[in-house]
Design a protein around this ligand. Structure first.
Ligand SMILES: Nc1ncnc2c1ncn2[C@@H]1O[C@H](COP(=O)(O)OP(=O)(O)OP(=O)(O)O)[C@@H](O)[C@H]1O
Ligand SMILES: [Mg+2]
Length: 345
């Protein structure tokens, strides 16, 4: 990452006080995203990805509450702003694209009208039709004038998602958070929309936090990846490093579950077991019950610590392995030296 991060989240914790107990949806989450950088946030359903996104933009609604942490956008802690200051930031500096475009689009107004409202809300009403048509053509809309006059229901799902991305990028935000932006689309359109987001954020230097449970999407889009499990980040690394050298058994499981074209449909591997109940989290490692490498000491909760340069993992076994390989490296005087016997380590 070059320079100061655009987004810096530290120790973010969000809980829901429900009739069946306190759900810790996001638990001490820390990460940062730089200018022009794409950080992928990946994890199974219920791991806390969307609540992380909503917490960053302070859109968590009751019974949810951000309990602690800081969320710095360009050095300003959003959690300390009043609601009006936050509203301004939301419209000018940070935008959110959801999975379902219909949650962001109003069915009774034309696309053009809605984009104009977005401009006005940001004090850019004077930019007018030219800005709207440019935004629509930037997201690859054929015949932007005709599309601007259309209603959402007159468009395909892929076109609607393009409109939502155009809306998100309309005021050139420094941060774009995209929560499963392409899950509802078919595979070809999905690839087109992802490539489009990649191009736009690259051209504009936008920091992108991309939420998905699809490792294929991560591989296509991201510079770095943070893996979430049961409300926590359990591993973070540059994308190539993560794919070549995943250290957390949960990440390894996710990587094995990437759909492959040569696998018959419906027979994709899934991780055995289920994540813990978020209202009754176990002490110790939260992945312990499902982990093939679990040991006695996994009953103590591991911290997220470095296992390689720019690579962290929340796993005792991975941390031991990293220490052992660092020690072996230090003993290694150069090529040709025979390996020491294991018992000497
Ligand atoms: N309004 C709510 N009330 C109670 N619990 C909630 C609420 N919203 C979310 N949660 C809980 O917070 C946890 C995290 O949910 P979140 O929506 O962030 O998961 P996710 O990783 O985005 O999953 P998915 O991949 O399915 O979108 C879950 O256990 C969920 O049940
Ligand atoms: Mg979600």
């Amino acid at each position: 990452m070059n320079g100061a991060p655009v987004l810096k989240v530290e120790g973010l914790t969000t809980r829901f006080r429900t009739g069946y107990g306190i759900v810790t949806a996001v638990d001490g989450v820390s990460f940062s995203v730089g200018r022009g950088e794409t950080l992928g946030l990946v994890g199974e359903s219920g791991s806390g990805k969307s609540v992380t996104a909503l917490s960053i933009l302070r859109l968590v609604s009751k019974p949810g509450r951000i309990e602690s942490g800081t969320v710095e956008l360009n050095g300003v802690d959003l959690l300390k702003l009043d609601e009006e200051q936050m509203r301004q930031r939301r419209s000018t500096q940070a935008a959110l694209v959801f999975q379902n475009p219909m949650t962001a689009l109003n069915p009774v107004f034309t696309i053009g009208w809605q984009l104009r409202e977005t401009l006005k809300a940001h004090g850019r009403g004077e930019a007018g039709s030219a800005a709207i048509l440019k935004a629509l053509s930037d997201v690859g809309m054929p015949d932007p004038e005709r599309q601007a006059a259309s209603f959402p229901h007159q468009m395909s799902g892929g076109m609607r998602q393009r409109v939502v991305i155009a809306m998100g990028m309309l005021n050139d935000p420094q941060l774009l958070i995209a929560d499963e932006p392409t899950t509802a689309l078919d595979v070809t359109i999905q690839a087109q929309v992802l490539d489009l987001m990649k191009r736009l954020t690259h051209d504009h230097g936008t920091a992108l936090l991309l939420i998905t449970h699809n490792m294929g999407v991560i591989a296509r889009m991201c510079d770095r990846v943070a893996v979430m499990y049961a409300g926590e980040i359990v591993e973070e690394a540059p994308v190539d490093e993560l794919f070549a050298n995943a250290r957390h058994p949960y990440t390894m499981g996710l990587l094995r579950s990437i759909p492959r074209v040569d696998q018959p449909r419906g027979q994709l591997p899934t991780l055995p077991g289920a994540p813990p109940d978020m209202s009754a989290l176990p002490a110790g490692c939260r992945f312990r019950e499902r982990c093939p490498l679990a040991q006695e000491r996994c009953q103590t909760h591991p911290e997220l610590t470095a296992v390689a340069p720019a690579h962290t993992a929340r796993c005792w076994v991975a941390q031991d392995a990293a220490r052992e390989s660092a020690a072996a490296g230090m003993r290694d005087d150069g090529p040709g030296r025979p390996q020491e016997p294991e018992h000497a380590v």
